[in-house]
Design a binder for this molecule. Sequence first.
Ligand code: GBH
Length: 490
Amino acid sequence: MNHFRSSSFTRRDFLGTALGAAAGFSVYPSGHRFLGELLAPATPFTPFQFPKDFLWGSATASYQIEGAWNEDGKGESIWDRFSHTVGKVKGAYTGDVACDSYHRYKEDVAIMKQLNLQSCRFSVSWPRIQANGSGPAIQKGLDYYKRVADSLLEAKIRPICTLYHWDLPQALEDAGGWPNRDLAARFVDYSQIVAKALGDRVQHWCIFNEPWVFTFLGYSWGIHAPARNSLPDCMRATHVVNIAQGQAFRALKAINSKLQVGTAFSMANCEPATSSDADKQAADRAHALGNVWFIHPALKGEYPKAFLGETPFETMGVKSGDMELCKAPLDFLGINYYRRQLVNADPKASDGTGVHNYDAHEGPLTDFAWEVWPDSFHDLVLRIHKEYGLPIEITENGASYLDAPDEHGRVPDQRRIEFVRGYLSALGRAIADGANVRAYHHWSLLDNFEWAEGYSQRFGMVYVDFRSQKRTIKDSGKWYAELAKSGKLT
Ligand code: GBH
């Protein structure tokens, strides 16, 4: 059996042996027997000339970069509370200072300009605008974002503003958080304040960032703020968020009908682990809940089928007439894409979805141990295009690699270049296959506060020394700058 260790003996060979087949039964949880079916060869790199008007950008989020957590009247957010609670964030790190972008935004915009970026996705911190989530606006907070938007415009970079990237005012969490229906009205009020203040200079808006992540990880899994562990509350939160999305869309359009309004949705290509019908159906349910739970209500006026039984409307607090509130003809769909999910049917899944999903490990892993598998990006983008037909912006895509400055002060992050090159090749193929994609935002511009991971993951094209706040453009940033200029992926 020694030959299993030789390098020429691949995993595919292994699975082809009797022992490999047996391992399929014993090593993996039930239902993973036909793992060998997964080993389709990856599509080779394909060069691509992106369209002339395609926008190259980067994405960031308020809590992850701004710092200044209690300056200029800003209230406490659920992420302030979470990170100040020992045991929640790796290394007990907080976003108190983060990249200090609240004070250094001019330097950051200058870096974007140096990188030839044409679009900048940033988010507004709600408690900077309304400390407790309601009432009149804090002028200093609004002024900060006006200055950010103006610096971007001056650098000829299109601002695209996310209204909510997870930093809910703690006072609103104390009032019940997203499971509380009143949150929809509060959010609409806040959205109107921001859009009225910035709508003259910002045309493109994401209402939410990753509604699935902040409802599930925050209210059901308890690993993000506000660290609650209730699936019913989570399901209720998803419905309130859907109502809030529809109402905020209309509120923004009422301020200026020309505003382009969408949301940045987290997505994972959901691939059946075997070719069985049961697994295929489970993968569709995983897609329904994980990818389009906040798109289908807006565009089709109904929830997609994600559960084995009936959709739990009662638990979710769905009232008659609600789906009309959720409905909104979004102008574009933002896709945040990082990795695929493999799916097995599991009739006993405790959430009623009949889904067991897990990470694939066919491709190389990033330093966050996420699999690199560009083909899944192509398939997901094309699927969303076929299902909804709307213009797509890639609102996030990127990878954590920990490369740091060498003795010459250079950051040789070749793996990030390969990652982006592979994913953009897949995106190019999706465009060639008909998907209407108009922008790509790399996550992220800067290494920053990676939520529960603290500063232990680095997603930036720009290295940040968090002691000195010194920024160093990584090799990937230099590479991306060239691509952003030519649109030519080689
Ligand atoms: C996006 O989240 C966010 O929009 C962005 O703020 C974040 O920095 C970026 O991606 C990189 O993570 O899912 O069990 O592995 C993506 C969703 C949620 C993925 C937290 C990683 C860690 C726990 N992220 N998740 S798990």
